[in-house]
Design a protein around this ligand. Structure first.
Ligand SMILES: *Cc1c(COP(=O)(O)O)cnc(C)c1O
Length: 394
């Protein structure tokens, strides 16, 4: 008999890792709407509205604000292939996986990369950044706003001033921050910015919001060499998303339905309320983790509300706990990467996953597992503190 392929039936998980986050049922419904043509007048209207909503979350008036057809990494690559030419000097903050990935992108394009390093879990020092900008013209200064591999937030104000004083473009990775904490592209003088869908926007992975300001577009328009990637050449893509509507590649129609719906949910909630929700759930989680005797990896004040790195207690098997969370509680969290492997857990509270229910459920599950592994005295200590945080008292 021929091989049987069963009907698709993925488990229902509570996604509290570094992404993807849980997807709102409204977004799943939008994804299943009828596919129409990519030049259908109805679809063109949907594209325009998606751009309008993207400008709203990025807090920008940049006309060229689109979802790139690809994941966050595709948008990272889009920024570098469109701006960098061989021999350009590019200064990149490296304090985790994603800064390292930016360096790889720029080097492949023949850039002269100046990495500015910091320990994983600390932001890039402004002094060090300033020192690296003294040696001649710089094309781009790039940093990761929310380093998902370490849980640290990069303050941007000073770096922006230094980048522009040096005559460079200011490029920021907001894959994890967008939709979970303040990202003010125009007010903060960001020239090129990108994000992803599966973190705080709570849409499945597959698209990557991107916005270029006028300085970045000028650099693109005055390149000496053609953009080395055909697919990611924004000079061509911009004619499809702009008024010309020139065919370049077929837009992923249903994914665009999905992101439009997830952005519409953010618009309804309001940015201010959404950021407050992320911050409040983060505080409750940290209080609960500390009540369980655990220690946060990042200093207070520099922690990301949507990605919490907590140190694995001595004597506890990182993988065993994560496996039990998944098998027994359907909870996914992330392990550490690179130098942090086995040393931290990464607990995401992103978008639709950032709820009091998830915080309390996770603290209950983790407390029970830590107690069973001899690493906590009171399994319920985290839940008690978190419920108190939310105003539930005797
Ligand atoms: C997830 C992430 C990326 C890469 O996004 P993909 O969707 O996995 O390609 C880039 N930068 C940061 C900060 C991220 O968290």
């Amino acid at each position: 008999m021929a091989k049987q392929f069963e009907e698709l039936n993925p488990p229902i998980r509570t996604l509290m890792g570094p992404g993807p986050s849980n997807v709102h049922p409204r977004v799943l419904r939008a994804l299943s709407a009828p596919c129409i043509g990519h030049l259908d007048p109805d679809f063109l209207r949907i594209m325009d509205e998606t751009q309008e909503l993207l400008r709203f979350v990025f807090q920008t008036s940049n006309r060229f604000t689109i979802p790139v057809s690809g994941t966050g990494s595709a948008a990272m690559e889009t920024c570098f292939v469109n701006i960098v030419e061989p021999g350009d000097r590019v200064v990149i903050g490296v304090n985790g996986v994603f800064g390292t990935r930016m360096v790889d992108n720029a080097r492949r394009l023949g850039a002269e990369v100046v990495p500015v390093e910091a320990p994983w879990g600390e932001p890039i020092s402004e002094k060090k950044m300033e020192g690296s900008l003294k040696h001649g013209p710089v094309k781009i200064v790039a940093v990761v706003h929310a380093e998902t591999s370490t849980g640290v937030r990069q303050p941007l104000e000073e770096v922006e001033r230094m980048a522009h004083r040096a005559g460079a473009l200011f490029l920021v990775d907001t894959v994890t921050s967008l939709g979970g904490t303040e990202v003010r592209v125009d007010d903060w003088g960001i020239d090129a910015v990108y994000s992803g869908t599966q973190k705080c926007l709570s849409c499945p992975p597959g698209l990557a919001p991107l916005s270029f300001g006028s300085r970045a577009l000028q650099v693109l328009d005055s390149r000496k060499h053609p953009v080395p990637s055909w697919y990611l050449d924004m000079g061509m893509v911009k004619k499809y998303w702009g008024s010309e509507r020139v065919y370049h590649h077929t837009a992923p129609i249903n994914m665009i339905y999905g992101i439009r719906e997830s952005l519409r949910i953010i618009y309804e909630e309001g940015l201010e309320a959404r950021f407050q929700r992320h911050f409040d759930n983060h505080l409750a989680l940290v209080e609960g983790l500390e009540a369980l005797g655990l220690q946060m990896h990042v200093a207070e004040g520099l922690r990301l509300p949507m990605l919490n790195t907590v140190r694995v207690p001595a004597g506890v098997d990182d993988f065993k706990i994560r496996k039990a969370l998944l098998d027994q509680f359907q909870i996914e969290i992330g392990g550490g990467l690179g130098v942090l492997q086995g040393k931290v857990w990464r607990v995401g509270l992103m978008g639709h996953s950032s709820t009091p229910e998830n915080v309390i459920y996770f603290l209950g599950a983790l407390g029970a597992l830590l107690k069973a592994n001899g690493a906590a005295k009171d399994a319920g200590a985290g839940v008690s503190v978190a419920t108190e945080h939310y105003g539930v008292s005797r």
